[in-house]
Design a protein around this ligand. Structure first.
Ligand SMILES: *[C@@H]1O[C@H](CO)[C@@H](O)[C@H](O)[C@H]1NC(C)=O
Ligand SMILES: *[C@@H]1O[C@H](CO)[C@@H](O)[C@H](O)[C@H]1NC(C)=O
Ligand SMILES: *[C@@H]1O[C@H](CO)[C@@H](O)[C@H](O)[C@H]1NC(C)=O
Ligand SMILES: *[C@@H]1O[C@H](CO)[C@@H](O)[C@H](O)[C@H]1NC(C)=O
Ligand SMILES: *[C@@H]1O[C@H](CO)[C@@H](O)[C@H](O)[C@H]1NC(C)=O
Ligand SMILES: *[C@@H]1O[C@H](CO)[C@@H](O)[C@H](O)[C@H]1NC(C)=O
Length: 282
């Protein structure tokens, strides 16, 4: 509201130059005045409906339409020609928090608006449960949040159950923070120090939230393991075949040569041999 004096002065002078309309002598006193309801804090419980209100209390200008915006984006189906505006959120959640504006458009004056802040504790709506990488690679972990005001972000690593703050650009750690997003990059992963639980913590004036990502770091050899496994299988198979063949041969050779060998134990091989021999004698 207060910042609209310069644009309206500009528009006024433009109108004067074009000479098309009536800039009455009292125009400056008749600037739109908007009364709004209080700021709102959304709590998890009890979940109470929220109603935002704006009343246009003084304006000599003809209203053409008014609507609501959230974080600068027009809310659909709120456009009306009404100087008393209401926006209702029946089941408010953290994602409904943000900066709401009621905006009034006039026939021959700059638009005017007022702000209502709807606040909520951060809620982390996106993150990786785990990140699996090989040593020497880079890891990227992130968290996304809803809630307003936008949170301050902290990354921590649990060392023996104790969360320790991670400092940006301390060696191999790099943190990128945006309003509702944070990213932790660890470069050149070390198998001895880096695996573990990483926690992102979002804190604003209303509350805080945190979630954990588990980082696993595998050894360089890990990608070779399936190949080594197959190789080992082949070697074992070859060994088994060779051993089997070696055991079989000394048995068969004397069996064929000796016509009567009843000293042998009753193995199936011996039965087959006897049958063969009987058929041969027939
Ligand atoms: C509200 O008014 C301010 C000052 O004129 C302007 O910068 C801002 O863009 C307006 N916001 C909306 C949502 O119209
Ligand atoms: C806006 O006007 C309506 C109707 O006159 C009234 O009930 C409401 O309390 C007003 N809201 C504010 C924020 O002044
Ligand atoms: C909006 O309502 C006002 C007052 O009732 C009226 O003068 C104006 O023409 C209306 N504007 C539109 C665009 O309908
Ligand atoms: C995060 O913020 C950006 C810009 O501030 C916005 O475009 C986006 O919708 C927000 N995302 C969420 C999940 O709030
Ligand atoms: C971390 O450091 C880098 C490089 O110095 C910088 O671009 C980035 O904004 C810093 N991040 C935070 C959260 O301070
Ligand atoms: C986030 O960090 C703040 C500041 O250290 C702490 O007070 C808060 O309890 C933490 N929140 C969670 C959910 O761990």
């Amino acid at each position: 509201m207060s910042g609209s004096s310069l644009p309206s002065a500009l528009a006024l002078s433009l109108l004067l130059v074009s000479g098309s309309l009536f800039p009455g002598p009292g125009a400056a006193q008749n600037e739109p005045r908007i009364v709004t309801s209080e700021e709102v804090i959304i709590r998890d419980s009890p979940v109470l409906p929220v109603t935002l209100q704006c009343n246009l209390t003084s304006s000599s200008h003809i209203l053409t339409y008014s609507y609501w915006t959230k974080n600068g984006v027009e809310l659909s189906a709120t456009r009306k020609n009404a100087s008393n505006m209401e926006y209702r959120i029946n089941k408010p959640r953290a994602e409904d928090s943000g900066e709401y504006h009621c905006v009034y458009h006039f026939a021959s004056a700059p638009k005017a608006n007022a702000t209502i802040e709807v606040k909520a504790a951060p809620d982390i709506t996106g993150h990786k449960r785990s990140e699996n990488k090989n040593e020497g690679q880079d890891a990227t972990m992130y968290c996304k949040s809803v809630g307003y005001p936008h949170p301050d972000w902290i990354w921590r690593k649990k060392e023996n159950g104790m969360p320790m703050d991670i400092v940006n650009t301390s060696g191999r750690f790099f943190i990128i923070n945006k309003e509702n997003y944070t990213e932790l990059n660890i470069v050149n992963l070390q198998i001895t120090e880096d695996p573990g639980e990483y926690e992102c913590n979002a804190t604003n004036a209303i509350g805080s939230a945190s979630v954990v990502t588990v980082l696993r770091v595998r050894s360089h050899l890990a990608p070779l393991w399936p190949f080594l496994g197959i190789l080992a299988e082949i070697i074992i198979l070859v060994v088994i075949i060779v051993v089997y063949e070696k055991r079989k041969r000394p048995d068969e050779v004397p069996d064929d040569d000796e016509p009567a060998g009843p000293m042998k134990t009753n193995s199936t091989n011996n039965h087959k041999d006897k049958n063969l021999r009987q058929r041969n004698t027939n």
